[in-house]
Design a binder for this molecule. Sequence first.
Ligand code: AKG
Length: 299
Amino acid sequence: MACLNPSQLQKFQENGFLVLEGFVSAEECMAMQQRISEIVAEMDVPPHCRTEFSTQEEEQLRAQGSTDYFLSSGDKIRFFFEKGVFDKKGNFVVPPEKAVNKIGHALHAHDPVFRSVTHSPKVQALARSLGLQMPVVVQSMYIFKQPHFGGEGELGAGLEPPGKVDATFLYTEPLGRVLGMWIAVEDATLTNGCLWFIPGSHTKGVSRRMIRAPAGSAPGTRFLGSEPARDDSLFVPTPVQRGALVLIHGEVVHKSEQNLSACSRQAYTFHLMEAAGTVWSPENWLQPTADLAFPPLYT
Ligand code: AKG
């Protein structure tokens, strides 16, 4: 069901996350997987992955290439890889489809399949039932969580203390205006890296922000502040079945563990901002561009 009932709304407001099982059909999941296979089969591997670098200066160029590739990915479909999947000459040492960590950050804008999932009537109805007036889509990602490989979830994971909040990377004033919609394209289990949340943690604000460094500098982004100490035992695992949609409040602390299983855990996730009365931080790494303003969710 696309619209939240009052008890679901209350649960989301209390916990900062909510699982909606069966939100997306098996056919829609298969269509996303099929499209991703085509996109990966046609992908251009970025030059900073392909070129052989031997000197320190060349290594710096590689790092700069990788920074620029990430920082300019907000309005494009780009590929980010697991570590150790290229040899020194830039050839894949595993099949390409097993080497991709994620695709980002504008599938919602450029790909018809992902555009139609993002702007589907049921997603729009869900956003309306959450009271969003002018939601815009700021980014989207397809996360592979490869078997035996898939690193801990997303930017900022693997740091001490564990977990992150999305507003660290997608900062707004006031806070409370960013919402993640995370769709399980495959079952997400305890062994293949399901999401974990600290229920109720979305009321604690944001103590760490990632901001864009001045143009041309490496590494290209830096952090202001730090994460507070966090007790790992507060995280609650959230295994879900293929087709579930998980609502993620922009300030709820969440994480996913490494995928040590033999099954991938693919997910399509996108983030909305309530644009009414909100200032998107000009210091965020992700900015609307001349090619792509953040598109309104309601079509
Ligand atoms: C997000 O969508 O905000 C996430 O953190 C995703 C992490 C994951 O899929 O492992």
